[in-house]
Design a protein around this ligand. Sequence first.
Ligand SMILES: Cc1cc2nc3c(=O)[nH]c(=O)nc-3n(C[C@H](O)[C@H](O)[C@H](O)COP(=O)(O)OP(=O)(O)OC[C@H]3O[C@@H](n4cnc5c(N)ncnc54)[C@H](O)[C@@H]3O)c2cc1C
Length: 393
Amino acid sequence: MIPSLAHELEREEDRLLRETVRQFAEEKLRPYAEEIDREDRFPREIFREMAELGLTGLMIPEAYGGAGEDLLQTVIAFEELARVSPAVTLSLLAHTVLAGAPIARWGTEEQKTRILPRLARGEWIGGTAYTEPNAGSDAAAIQMRAEREGDTWVLNGSKMFITNGSIARVLVVYARTDPEAGHRGISAFLVELPREGFSASRDFEKMGMRGSPTSALYFDDVRVPADALLGELNRGFYMVMAEFNVERIAISAISVGILRETLEWMLEHASVRKQFGKPIGAFQLIQEKIAQTYADLELARTYLYLAARTYTPDRDLRLASATIKLFAPQVATLRALDGIQVLGGYGYTREYPLERLARDAKLNEIGSGTTEMMKRVIARHLLRSWGLTELDG
Ligand SMILES: Cc1cc2nc3c(=O)[nH]c(=O)nc-3n(C[C@H](O)[C@H](O)[C@H](O)COP(=O)(O)OP(=O)(O)OC[C@H]3O[C@@H](n4cnc5c(N)ncnc54)[C@H](O)[C@@H]3O)c2cc1C
């Protein structure tokens, strides 16, 4: 086991969960991780097995059949799964953190009772649709419309890059309910699928995270009942900003999982591979990569656990969540590439998982807010606290 101060932030129940998820990941997921990537196939049978273990109920309250809304436990589970398959973890994140958590937080009793137990049991797959073809980083610019007609809402527009979009049974969909009101005119809706007027594109062929389906979604006069509104009318932008706190912490756990797996492969290979009559671990240029990877892992993981442990829905963790989301994804990509280097020609082949991890790692610098946007969030937060008011946008 790699020594880590982060373990001091764990409670007994966290250690038990880690052991259970680690065993599952090694025994049930690892044998298929490479195939899932190669065939770009969402593994429904593994999703079902994760449900049996309670993992589809992460971030869903126990009262609705979930595993509870403990973010540290979620982070630990994602880290263990992501060591083996970041792609499967990303789809689980969309299901639990992007769908389950906001429904638990903003849903009416009726919405929660109808949807959450099904998500927790893994009967339904969930996701969130915010991004649009013309609105990515500029989240306030979404154009999709929701218009009230009698006792229904009529949705028109399209969404882009939606994780689980083609397999979801329920989506949290954000749409404009007041075209004149900018970010104060956006609301969230629960769209249960299939539904007339709704269609998904074929899944995009991606560089990484293959096996986690990503698609564009089209809404052509899609009608949902009046009670499909999630949370308050015109508060959708604030809801999504609040959910970003959880999402950015959770997605950083995937980067930490990648860092850990990378370091373990580096240590293994550096110990056994001999060149010039010595294990390559004896060479300082290899040691440098090991040391840097350990330092990045340790700093990312300790900060991640601290942020996750201090999280409560009412706490403003914008700065902390942007900080970990800025750091962990970047170092995960860099160190996964270093991992390939340590393994030399072997690292470059698909016989070893490092090239897959490097491809998967890159997504986290884009999804859930890009690296550039994290820098913007952090700098603006600090400058505002320093009294600067002339900020762009
Ligand atoms: C695999 C995958 C899964 C995804 N899953 C989901 C999902 O489930 N639900 C969902 O709603 N969305 C999802 N997304 C969308 C994701 O959140 C967006 O891709 C992301 O927010 C960036 O938006 P964009 O792609 O439109 O890039 P853009 O916003 O167009 O950015 C392009 C470049 O410009 C930079 N840039 C933009 N504005 C600024 C600025 N003000 N200052 C400096 N630089 C700037 C960006 O950092 C980036 O480098 C997913 C994306 C991918 C790739």
